[in-house]
Design a protein around this ligand. Structure first.
Ligand code: SAH
Length: 218
């Protein structure tokens, strides 16, 4: 075993399983993705620490436990079509690629979207498409989705995301004011016009930017 493989095993055993993520497929996905490849090379030695880390554009790669918690809450089956909003480093999209049939991941920063796409391609994950767009509109061309995972937090649940869930579909999204503590919400589409909300606890994510262009960044 390489040093990183050992660190990854330890991450699962010490940070993730004891906190209640017990889904065997999720734990296997967390063991499968080399997190050190998704952080800045200067941070590679910190990749398996129990915390988020900075990436480009003032964003962060989420804490491993939170990635696992969201993946478990999304109840992803091997045949599922999954949408992620906030590709960031591409790490959580890579984790989701081991759980789902197909993953679409949307990122508003062109540079992050490019980097995430190439890292995922380098790992040979052929079932992931990274798109540069505003994810608050969802991704109508590929809708509906069995699960939608949002890795940035805003004050409201964007309506298009609720509409793009298939019947029985699950939306996992941090909700709260920017800069404050957010609640991780699970919104399940019970029927065409009925959604059931559950509060999974307090979390802290970078802002989900709603309806704002990226002047000069594209
Ligand atoms: N899942 C990521 C963590 C991403 S941090 C990882 O594993 O590394 C959240 C990301 O959401 C940031 O990269 C940010 O640029 C992006 N983001 C914020 N608002 C967005 C929006 N409206 N549409 C798409 N991406 C958005």
């Amino acid at each position: 075993m390489t040093e990183f493989t050992l660190l990854r095993e330890r991450m699962v055993a010490e940070q993730i399983e004891p906190r209640g993520v017990t889904d065997a497929r999720v734990l296997q996905a967390m063991r499968a993705v080399p997190r050190e490849r998704f952080v800045d090379p200067d941070y590679a030695d910190h990749a398996y620490e129990d915390r988020p880390l900075p990436i480009a554009e003032g964003q962060t790669i989420s804490q491993p436990f939170i990635v696992a918690l969201m993946a478990q809450a999304a109840q992803i089956r091997p045949t599922d079509r999954v949408l992620e909003i906030g590709s960031g480093s591409g790490y959580s999209a890579a984790v989701l690629s081991f759980l789902a049939a197909r993953v679409w991941s949307i990122e508003r920063h062109p540079k992050l979207a490019r980097m995430a796409g190439s890292r995922i391609a380098e790992l040979g994950r052929a079932n992931v498409t990274v798109l540069r767009a505003d994810g608050t509109n969802g991704w109508p061309p590929a809708a509906p989705f069995d699960a939608i995972v949002v890795t940035a937090g805003g004050p409201v649940v964007p309506e298009p995301l609720k509409q793009q869930l298939s019947p029985g579909g699950r939306l996992i999204i941090p909700v709260g004011e920017h800069g404050g503590v957010q609640r991780l919400m699970k919104v399940t589409r019970a029927s065409a016009a009925e959604w059931i909300e559950e509060d999974l606890g307090a979390v802290q994510f970078v802002p989900l930017v709603i309806g704002q262009g990226l002047n000069g960044e594209a």
